[in-house]
Write a protein that binds this ligand. Structure first.
Ligand code: ACO
Length: 434
């Protein structure tokens, strides 16, 4: 269904000539003006740093309305999904377009359980990293490395190959993530246990020990389930756009997802959850630093310091995920009987920023990373694992987008243009004359 009030054409004047441009209607949200023929017809390219005004694809997976603070997957609100679903149900929804019924859900869950083990050779791969390695470095490398075991499944046009690779990636990601952590603390790797749920199994591999039976706290399971759902997909965010971009060269699914993980690692994207807690800790630990000083530094145009966890490319009102997490953070900390001074600092920052004209006029609100780090911390995860947890959550979104891209007949290899501003031509000089 499309909105009949949306424009069906647009015109652009370049020099003396005018060109009629096709538009692509959206079922909801901004329609797009199709500029794909502009270079061929008028010899000009479009300039859009950070692609902030460019729709790189048409999609039916996730809808984000930054002004209203709306996030929906396949039409379902993030609030409903977070309250009622398991992470694997949401993964199924993103991948296959509908929530699974009971039989579909059982079959899907079992097909994931079939693949939770890593090849034993991969143990040596983990061993080769230094103990100090950042778990994101291990996660992205291991994700790429496991592609070496499944070369028969690279074909992006084979439905069976994609299904197998999808199941393998979703099944193995918690194992890789937990083993990356175990490596960093020199503890034995814990094998997956298929009698546990997806989240329970991950927690058991993270925090369990081979010397004793351990119980997984249901409160932590519930909280992590919600956190993974809140991270599951988010339109054409930077890591998803990277997965599509790399995949458009027909790079295999594992390699494409690994590239997306590296994009996610950056502190301006998924790495922000780690950066938020580090920033809050520095305010807490440094007697010379206060909330007011942090805000003043963030506002100073000559200081590169930013309030981590504030601002979003799309949300210019509020981030609905942050809203869910704000009350969730209080709840989790209370139930876990934890009093975290960092949460108090976070709340003070949120209040100061909400009342400060610099932040208000720029629409800078707390984003999902602002609260997720505090909750991950309360659940017992070390700071350096936060972005890894984001990656486990975002995985179904990356894969769903990769699949949609390959199904779309309009897909071409991603290859932007540029406006060249350098020296036009020079006479070559041999090295002795330079
Ligand atoms: N602290 C202080 N000032 C900020 C912040 C911040 N966190 N974020 C943006 N600004 C300012 C900029 O300096 C700029 O000010 P100016 O107009 O005076 O030059 C203005 O707000 C607009 O900022 P841009 O960087 O142009 O906004 P953009 O959409 O390109 O960037 C981003 C969005 C990267 C999220 C940015 O807000 C930021 O760096 N935030 C901190 C990192 C963060 O929390 N990232 C997580 C994002 S959510 C996610 O990836 C899951």
């Amino acid at each position: 269904m499309t909105d009949s009030s949306q424009p069906t054409n647009a015109k652009i004047t370049v020099g003396d000539s005018e060109l009629e441009l096709k538009t692509w209607p959206a079922s909801i949200g901004s329609p797009a003006v199709d500029i794909s023929k502009l270079l061929a017809t008028h010899g000009v390219v479009t300039y859009d740093p950070g692609f902030a005004n460019t729709a790189s694809t048409r999609t039916a997976i996730t809808y984000v309305d930054g002004a209203k603070g709306t996030l929906r997957h396949r039409g379902y609100s993030i609030e409903d999904l977070a309250e009622h679903c398991t992470f694997l149900e949401v993964a199924y929804l993103l991948l296959y377009g509908d929530l699974p019924n009971r039989a579909e859900c059982d079959e899907w869950t079992n097909s994931i359980k079939m693949h939770t083990l890593l090849s034993e050779e991969m143990k040596r791969f983990f061993d080769a990293f230094p103990r100090s390695a950042h778990p994101m470095a291990i996660l992205s490398s291991a994700t790429n490395a496991i592609s070496a075991f499944y070369e028969a499944y690279y074909d992006p046009k084979s439905e069976d190959a994609i299904k197998e690779s999808t199941n393998r990636l979703i099944a193995k990601m918690p194992t890789i993530a937990a083993w990356a952590y175990k490596k960093s603390i020199s503890q034995p790797y814990i094998y997956p246990r298929n009698n546990l749920t997806y989240v329970e199994n991950f927690l058991n591999m993270m925090f369990g020990l081979p010397v004793e039976e351990s119980e997984v706290d249901p409160l932590i399971v519930k909280a992590l389930n919600v956190l993974l759902i809140l991270h599951a997909d988010h339109g054409q965010n930077q890591s998803t756009a990277t997965v599509r971009f790399v995949g458009s060269s027909h790079a295999n699914l594992f390699a494409s997802v690994s590239a997306g993980m590296n994009a996610l690692w950056g502190p301006l994207h998924g790495g922000a959850n780690q950066a938020v807690v580090e920033m809050l800790s520095s305010i807490h630990d440094d007697p010379a630093m206060t909330v007011d000083k942090a805000v003043a530094r963030a506002k100073d145009p000559d200081d590169e310091f930013r309030l981590m966890g504030f601002g979003h490319r799309v949300y210019k009102n509020f981030d609905p995920r942050a809203l869910i997490l704000r009350s969730f953070a209080d709840d989790v900390l209370a139930k876990m009987d934890r009093d975290d001074p960092l949460l108090d600092i976070a709340k003070q920052l949120a209040v100061v920023a909400r009342e400060d004209d610099y932040f208000v006029s720029r629409n800078l609100y707390p984003n999902v990373d602002f609260y997720s780090g505090i909750i991950f911390r309360a659940l017992g995860f070390p700071t350096r694992m936060f972005t890894v947890l984001f990656a486990i959550g975002r995985l179904p979104g990356w894969i769903a987008n990769w699949i949609e891209m390959h199904d779309d007949p309009a897909t071409r290899i991603g290859r932007p243009r540029q406006v060249y501003e350098g020296i036009v031509t020079r006479d070559f000089k041999p090295i002795e004359e330079r």
